[in-house]
Structures are given as structure tokens and as C-alpha cells.
Design a protein around this ligand. Structure first.
Ligand SMILES: [Zn+2]
Ligand SMILES: [Zn+2]
Length: 474
């Protein structure tokens, strides 16, 4: 074949168009007719009544009206449509559903026109390629593979070859009754109807399922995706030695069952807020793993007190998903050795993660620091109180500059209170806008934060400890 030049392309297009005409309207029935004829010839019977064009499919009314007209129904029967597809595209009222309903329609049509019966059993349904034959098989696979996974809802995702869907759509819109059920939807209906008999407690849904069932219509492979559960809560971190989320070991990066320096844990810190909260919950729900989504985070050496920091725990692949939340809270608080506490938990969803991550709320802190060559208490009180209500300009701190873009941010100190001077140490409580770097506000980060406590005192300041006192969320 010559591929270059517009003429060749045109010819190619014509051939293609012809093929499509043939494929969508004639191919399947022509094949069925030929096979039926061969079978009949073998039995020595003449089954068609004198129309020589029959063999080319010409006795089939190409301009047949769509179903539910009797001629339309006759037409799709001649095509070799299976009982399932007959039921869904014929647009006829039947007593039974599915394939059985299709048989009723076929019997009625045969009674109207005995000639139709000669078309015999279809070889391969042009609308579904006999997909419905596999429903039993798929149903038992779904039933077997979801056994022992707690769930109340299921959603089906079906993969079917695109060309099958396109061909089906073409035939259905030309010959089927208006508003006939499309193949994919009808196939899912058939599976669900049969599955419902095995699983009376399962509801089939179109969104947010407990189990997502993925069926490949070509290979009949069935995959079960156990959707995660989400828990919302607030945590208090009472230790100055644990990170919020798991940190992989710096030496081995957590690979290959850890190394000597992490004692085979793969972790830089054996404990984290994520695991202290997540592990007992993961175990209780017989899940695979967790993800932890906090409303910001505190440094490892910073405690988080008050009503705690909001978080969403994502529990992946849980075999159980119904449980008493108070029991989970108790399990966490018993196993966390006083390092972390959770007040209460509530069921949540993935959307909550976004809300928790986006929320920008004021925070209150208590900080204690040492002042070089400390001035009189009166001077300290006056200088620091002057910072209340002031807007800070903070360049990205040196300690985080390796992972954050350099920029100057403006943050307001809402208030300063409870300022105490104890020899060369100062302790105070302050409320600031979200995203304020508090340690930098005190020691000035070599002048990157202006103004600062160090700046107004004109002295070096060294932070001793810092607590998040309250996160003013909700
Ligand atoms: Zn079919
Ligand atoms: Zn290691």
C-alpha cells in the first residue's frame, strides 16, 4: 500500500469508512448468517425462503426502525444479540430481568415471526461479545476475595476494551430502544444483582465506597481496593525528643530492614507522634500502614500542650473499619508511655486533610530563654512588652533554609503576657499569627528577624525551651 500523498490517504479513508459501515451494521450478522447457513447445509436443509441476497445480509432490513418496534427487535435478534443484551436494548416490558427477560422477548418475537427462530443460537453477541457469560465467575471471585474484609459499601469499576464500547454504543444508538442501559452499566447491574444474594448487608454505591472492586472485563482479573479510613483528633506532645512523623534513619534511609546505627528499625527516632498514635490504631483495625497529616508541626524539642494539635490519621488497607473510638483513644493513651496524648477521635474523610493542612490559626507559646549580661528587670519588661502588637519581618531561618525557599514573611505578635525574669532567664507567653518563627523572634537569627527580643535588649539570647501552649483552631 502506498502511504505517501493525499490520494493514498483518501483511498485509505474510503476503505476505512467502508469497513466501519460493514463492521457496525453488517459484519456480525453476516457472520452469524453464514455460520447458521453452513450448519443447516450440513443437515441438508434449505432454511431461507428463496431470497438469494440473504447470504449478503440483504434480507435483514438495514433500515429497520429502532426497538421497541417489532421489526427493530427482529433486527437485533438477527444480528445475534444475546438474551442479556436483548433485554436491555429491546425496550420491552418483561416479567423476568436480565437474560431470562431477554428469553421472553426472543420467544415473543419467534411467536410473531417463526422465520426468526431459524437464526438459531447466536455465535457471539455483537453488543457484548458474550461478556455476560462471565458474570457468575466474577461474582464468585469478588465474593471470595472480599471474604474477611469488613465493609458495608462497594463500588465497581469495570474496564472494558474501548473498541467494544464504541461498537456497542453505535449499535445501541442505532437499533436499540431509546434510553437503553449502556453495556458497562448493565454489566455492573448484573454483577451487583447476583452479588446481593450472597452479600445481603452490602450496599452498592457510586462514591466513597469501603471497597472499590476493579474488574477487567478482558482478563476477568478482580482487584480489591480497600479504601482507607480517616480519623480526626488533636494530640498533645509531652516529650521534647520525638518528631511528629516517622524519620527514616539517616544512615540507611530506612531501607533493607534498617542498619546497625538504627538498630534495625530504619528510623532515626524510635518514636514519633505518628506511630505512637497510629500503631495501636493500625493494629486494632488490622491495617497495613498509616499516614499522618497534622495542622503544621512543632520541632522535635518543642512540646505541644493545651487542647493539642489537630491531625488526620489515614489508616490504609484496614480489614476492620467499625470500632469503638473511645477504645482506640484508650489504647493510644495506654501505649504511648506519656509521650503523647489524644483527647478524642472522630471518623472523618479525605477532605478533612485538606482543611487541616490549609487552616492558618494563631498560636500561643511559652518560651524560656537566657539573656547575656541581663539588664534590670524593669528594662527587660519594658523592652519586651513593646513588641506586643508589632509586625515582624522574618527571613527564612538558617536552620530551615535547606528545605524552604528564601523569602521574607511578615507576621504579627498579637500579644505578650506572663513575662517573668528569673536571674538571667526570662519566660513569657505570646500569641502570634500562624507561621511565626518563635525561636528566631527571640534570638533574631543573626538579624534575619526584625525586630526581635535580642534586638530590643541589645543582648544575645539563647532559647532554653519552647512549648506550644494553644493552637487557636475551630
Ligand atoms: Zn450481549
Ligand atoms: Zn539505619
Amino acid at each position: 500500500m502506498n502511504w505517501d500523498g493525499p490520494e493514498a490517504d483518501e483511498q485509505e479513508l474510503d476503505e476505512k469508512d467502508e469497513w466501519q459501515l460493514y463492521a457496525s451494521a453488517g459484519y456480525a450478522e453476516a457472520e452469524a448468517v453464514i455460520e447458521a447457513e453452513e450448519a443447516d447445509e450440513a443437515e441438508g436443509e434449505e432454511w431461507f425462503d428463496g431470497d438469494d441476497l440473504e447470504i449478503n445480509g440483504a434480507s435483514i432490513d438495514w433500515d429497520a426502525p429502532p426497538c421497541p418496534a417489532p421489526l427493530g427487535v427482529a433486527h437485533i435478534i438477527k444480528m445475534g444479540t444475546c438474551d442479556h443484551c436483548l433485554h436491555r436494548v429491546a425496550g420491552r416490558r418483561t416479567k423476568a430481568r436480565g437474560g431470562e427477560g431477554g428469553r421472553e422477548i426472543r420467544d415473543d418475537a419467534h411467536a410473531r415471526d417463526p422465520e426468526l427462530a431459524k437464526f438459531g443460537a447466536p455465535e457471539l453477541c455483537p453488543l457484548c461479545e458474550d461478556l455476560f457469560v462471565d458474570v457468575d465467575n466474577i461474582v464468585s471471585r469478588v465474593f471470595e476475595s472480599t471474604r474477611g474484609i469488613e465493609h458495608s459499601t462497594m463500588q465497581f469499576g469495570i474496564h472494558l476494551p474501548k473498541d467494544l464500547l464504541q461498537d456497542e454504543d453505535r449499535i445501541r444508538s442505532r437499533n436499540g430502544a431509546p434510553a437503553s442501559r449502556p453495556l458497562k452499566a448493565a454489566f455492573v447491574d448484573a454483577i451487583q444483582e447476583q452479588l446481593a444474594e450472597h452479600m445481603p448487608d452490602t450496599s452498592f454505591v457510586k462514591e466513597k465506597p469501603d471497597l472499590m472492586i476493579l474488574v477487567d472485563g478482558l482478563t476477568l482479573r478482580v482487584d480489591i481496593d480497600v479504601r482507607p479510613v480517616f480519623l480526626y483528633g488533636r494530640y498533645r506532645k509531652l516529650s521534647r525528643e520525638i518528631p511528629q512523623t516517622r524519620w527514616p534513619c539517616r544512615a540507611c534511609r530506612g531501607r533493607d530492614n534498617g542498619c546497625e546505627s538504627c538498630q534495625g528499625t530504619g528510623l532515626q527516632y524510635p518514636d514519633s507522634v505518628q506511630d505512637l498514635i497510629g500503631e495501636p490504631i493500625r493494629a486494632a483495625l488490622q491495617a497495613e500502614d498509616t499516614s499522618f497529616h497534622g495542622m503544621g508541626r512543632e520541632d522535635i524539642d518543642v512540646r505541644c500542650l493545651g487542647s493539642g494539635r489537630p491531625f488526620v490519621l489515614e489508616v490504609k488497607n484496614p480489614l476492620l473499619r467499625k470500632t469503638d473510638l473511645a477504645e482506640l483513644v484508650a489504647a493510644v493513651n495506654e501505649s504511648s508511655r506519656g509521650l503523647v496524648e489524644v483527647g478524642q477521635l472522630e471518623w472523618s474523610d479525605r477532605k478533612r486533610i485538606g482543611r487541616v493542612k490549609e487552616t492558618r490559626s494563631d498560636k500561643s507559646y511559652t518560651i524560656r530563654f537566657r539573656v547575656d549580661d541581663i539588664p534590670s528587670e524593669e528594662t527587660v519588661q519594658e523592652a519586651i512588652s513593646g513588641l506586643s502588637g508589632v509586625e515582624l519581618k522574618q527571613e527564612t531561618p538558617k536552620r530551615v533554609s535547606h528545605r524552604r525557599a528564601a523569602k521574607t514573611r511578615k507576621r504579627r505578635i498579637v500579644s505578650i503576657s506572663d513575662l517573668e525574669v528569673d536571674e538571667d532567664e526570662v519566660q513569657m507567653t505570646l500569641r502570634c499569627e500562624a507561621g511565626t518563627y518563635i525561636k528566631e523572634l527571640v534570638h533574631s537569627d543573626e538579624g534575619r528577624t526584625v525586630p526581635s527580643v535580642s534586638g530590643v535588649l541589645d543582648r544575645g539570647c539563647e532559647v532554653i525551651w519552647l512549648d506550644v501552649e494553644e493552637i487557636h483552631a475551630d
